[in-house]
Design a protein around this ligand. Structure first.
Ligand code: MG
Length: 538
């Protein structure tokens, strides 16, 4: 992902790829599919893409009901879900009761209190240097699409208490007579209610009552899984959902009259099935691995230790146990999931698995990227104008340029860009700056796409190549520029001086016979086994 202001770091343009942008898989680190021996799949939002608005409304309504049950005012019934409001990757701050979008370093891009967006000076008052550290006790990161309804519900509730005459806003929450309610307790009540709706409540039974309404079904899915198996690789399902729900959803997703395994169990598409995985715990200490009785859903007593049977279903376990049982080394596995933390960050950091992140929002993001080109060009133009004002200055210059007008124009353009995505903007960027979510994607997802179905458009021996990324000293200095021998002076020699290539000074040259030889690794794929230790201690 390049920035809007530095086209040189954007890599080859989309037109060089014959696939439509929505069918492509994008590459952060090169990866050869032929080297993958095991393909693991998450279920929710990876194989099973939920119908965004319908499913979020269902989650929103059920969570509201639960909050009323635990004592919240009945009036909150009137809140209506607004799909354009929430975006994944936002941070919630328990201390000040704010929703924030931050960049990869924790610099604040926007801050929202209830439904009100704070002005720059208001943000600076609460957050010195407009910076916030990711402290787990204080911050909650909304990592999954399951979180979208609760982001908006929390914003609505903060707004509700602010407006209500019986409640008075204090430093860390609200007061009504003897009652004190901290921002943190409101957050915890909502978080607890969402979990309750998912685990004990009837979100899953309501979903199963009308699967076509809530989950997208596509006949390319059985073909994708079948192709991978036919290439000689093994496939496994690894989901946090429990057996009964997983069974119903997977049966629905893979049941097509013309599918390769039509008439057989959906489990034919997987060599192994793991449910109740408890990711991210699964990638660390994990839980006990037990076999599931498929008829009753009952778990067997004790830890499963024998070989794994193809049609059996296992509950819990850990990635260490799974890897041993199926005989997989870290780099043999490509894990496909939508959860940046639970699926991708942990599997890569702790196990060295290759990672494929599913970002269902990507198609909407590409829609804005292509249809609002004018805004991106405008921003780039203003950025260039701003740098131009300073470019050729040296220490003899005394007059400061007036940058206020250009800065105002940049602000306005960034705002229009953000609003093209929705109230809280893009998942990946704010103007030319990348979000925390984007930095996590580039760091931990080897490849990413809008849908797992995009695998269908690549052969199973495909080599995904990462575009070369230039550093600032490379993207702003042309290869054609010739430097004089005293490299530190920065004085440039005209490239017209005979067209001779300047040789590096003798101290920088490698003596003949001392070359390192052809041992350079070209790709991540070429890294040998020993280096996995290093990756796992990261
Ligand atoms: Mg998922």
């Amino acid at each position: 992902m390049g920035t809007a202001s530095s086209p040189s770091s954007q890599g080859p343009c989309a037109s060089e790829d014959k696939r439509a942008p929505g069918k492509r898989i994008f590459v952060n680190r090169s990866l050869t599919l032929e080297k993958i021996k095991f393909y693991g799949f998450d279920m929710d939002y990876t194989l099973a893409e939920y119908n965004s608005e319908e499913y979020e409304i269902l989650g929103f309504e059920l969570t509201k009901e639960r909050l009323i049950q635990i004592g919240y005012p009945r009036e909150i019934e009137k809140f209506q879900y607004k799909p354009g409001f929430p975006v994944r990757g936002l941070w919630w701050d328990n201390l000040h009761g704010n929703m924030l979008k931050v960049d990869g370093f924790g610099n604040i891009l926007f801050c929202c209190h209830g439904l009100k967006f704070l002005k720059s000076e208001e943000i600076a008052q609460k957050y010195p240097n407009k910076f916030l550290q990711l402290d787990e006790k204080r911050i909650y990161v909304y990592n999954t699409l399951f979180n979208l309804p609760e982001i908006y519900l929390l914003a609505c509730l903060i707004d509700y208490f602010q407006q209500h005459k019986d409640y008075k806003e204090v430093k860390d929450g609200f007061k009504a007579n003897a009652l004190h309610m901290s921002f943190k307790s409101v957050f915890q009540d909502i978080r607890g209610s969402v979990d309750w709706v998912h685990v004990q409540g009837n979100l899953k039974s309501k979903t199963c009552e009308d699967l076509p309404r809530y989950i997208k079904k596509d006949e390319r899915l059985p073909q994708v899984l079948y192709n991978l198996q036919m290439s000689g690789a093994k496939t496994f399902l690894l989901t946090n959902s429990e057996w009964e729900y997983s069974n119903k959803v997977m049966e629905y997703l893979l049941d097509f009259p013309n599918a390769p395994y039509a008439g057989k169990s959906w489990q034919s598409y997987f060599n192994f099935t793991f449910v109740d995985a408890r990711k991210p715990l699964f990638f660390g200490e994990g839980t006990v691995l037990r076999q599931v009785n498929k008829e009753t859903g009952q778990l067997s007593i004790g830890t499963h230790t024998g070989n794994l049977e193809d049609s059996a279903v296992y509950s819990g376990g850990s990635s260490e146990v799974l890897s041993k049982l199926i005989g997989a080394r870290g780099r043999d596995v490509l894990y496909v999931g939508d959860h940046i933390f639970g699926d991708v960050l942990k599997s890569k950091k702790l196990r060295g698995w290759r990672t494929f992140l599913i970002v269902p929002e990507l198609n909407d993001e590409l829609q804005v990227w292509t249809s609002k080109q004018e805004l991106f060009s405008r921003l780039q133009r203003y950025d260039q104008e701003l740098s131009e004002l300073y470019r050729n200055m040296d220490s003899s210059d005394t007059a400061r340029p007036n940058v206020e007008v250009i800065k105002g124009n940049i602000q306005e353009t960034i705002h229009s860009m953000e609003m093209s995505y929705g109230t809280t903007g893009s998942i990946f960027r704010s103007g030319s700056r990348q979000t925390f979510f984007a930095s996590q994607v580039t760091r931990y997802a080897d490849i990413y796409a809008a849908s797992v179905l995009n695998l269908l458009y690549y052969p199973t021996f495909y080599m995904f190549r990462a575009p070369a990324m230039l550093l600032p000293h490379e993207s702003t200095v042309s290869h054609a520029v010739q430097l004089d021998q005293a490299l530190g002076s920065g004085r440039q020699i005209s490239s017209k001086s005979g067209g001779m290539v300047q040789r590096p000074p003798p101290s920088l040259q490698v003596a003949s016979g001392q070359e390192p030889g052809a041992t350079h690794d070209m790709d991540d794929d070429d890294i040998v086994e020993e280096e996995e230790q290093e990756a796992s201690s990261d």
